[in-house]
Ligand binder design. Structure first.
Ligand SMILES: Nc1nc(=O)[nH]c2c1ncn2[C@H]1C[C@H](O)[C@@H](COP(=O)(O)OP(=O)(O)O)O1
Length: 213
């Protein structure tokens, strides 16, 4: 079989022209050179809020609530999202403020949105969210919450219109599916993919022939 010759052009952006700007987002016409060497145009959405010295907009927070005599639970938020026109089920999240890093932003946002005080146990690299549409990016911060801590027994959130939902980690996907059947909700893809990963981790080992016997 013959192998088509690979192009040697390194794709790159030539220029970015802002065609519309709002308070929070802007629309840009991005001129770029594709891998075949052709110059093309792409319509891109960007946030106006990104500080100039960074390549990340916000954080998503995978927070696990750990309490004595309870199953570990994932902390989710349910809120009305205007671009979707409906309620969504998401990890707590938010924009990183000036002079914050991902860890401090995550603990602040978690406290604001859910009332819980957490402890950071891991941070992802910068990850993209919808790269065919936007340069919008996030770092996912893993947080443990000590639910036995006095500060976390009756958490008080600061956001009126955000519902906190706790779902057990060992039945995460099943519980989300039940919620989606019961309510008109759209689940964030990061949440559902995490749930599928958890199902694989919890149930796949039991499907191995050697453990089935
Ligand atoms: N795209 C947006 N349009 C708006 O009209 N307002 C927006 C946009 N993105 C953020 N915001 C506002 C809403 C909040 O008042 C602040 C902070 O949002 P934050 O809590 O950090 O992030 P989300 O949880 O994702 O809303 O910005």
């Amino acid at each position: 079989m013959s192998c088509p010759e690979k192009s040697s052009t390194q794709p790159h952006v030539v220029k970015e022209e802002v065609t519309a700007t709002g308070k929070w987002v802007k629309l840009e016409k991005t001129t770029y050179v594709d891998p075949s060497g052709s110059t093309r145009i792409w319509e891109s959405v960007k946030r106006t809020t990104r500080p100039s010295n960074t390549n990340v907009d916000g954080v998503g927070i995978i927070a696990i609530l750990k309490r004595t005599l309870h199953k570990d639970c994932v902390v989710l938020v349910k809120q009305f999202r205007p671009p979707m026109g409906c309620y969504t089920l998401e990890f707590p999240a938010g924009l990183i403020d000036d002079n914050e890093n991902a860890e401090t932003a995550a603990l602040r946002e978690l406290k604001e949105e859910t009332g819980y005080k957490g402890e950071v146990v891991g941070v992802t690299p910068v990850t993209c969210l919808d790269p065919g549409l936007s340069n919008c990016s996030t770092q996912i911060v893993m947080v443990n919450i000590n639910g036995d801590d006095i500060e976390n027994i009756n958490p008080t959130q600061q956001l009126e219109f955000v519902d906190v939902i706790l779902l057990p980690l060992d039945e995460f996907q099943k519980k989300i599916d039940e919620l989606l059947k019961k309510e008109k909700l759209v689940v964030d893809s990061k949440v559902y993919i995490y749930a599928m990963g958890m199902s694989q981790a919890f149930f796949k080992p039991n499907e191995l022939p050697v453990l089935k016997q």
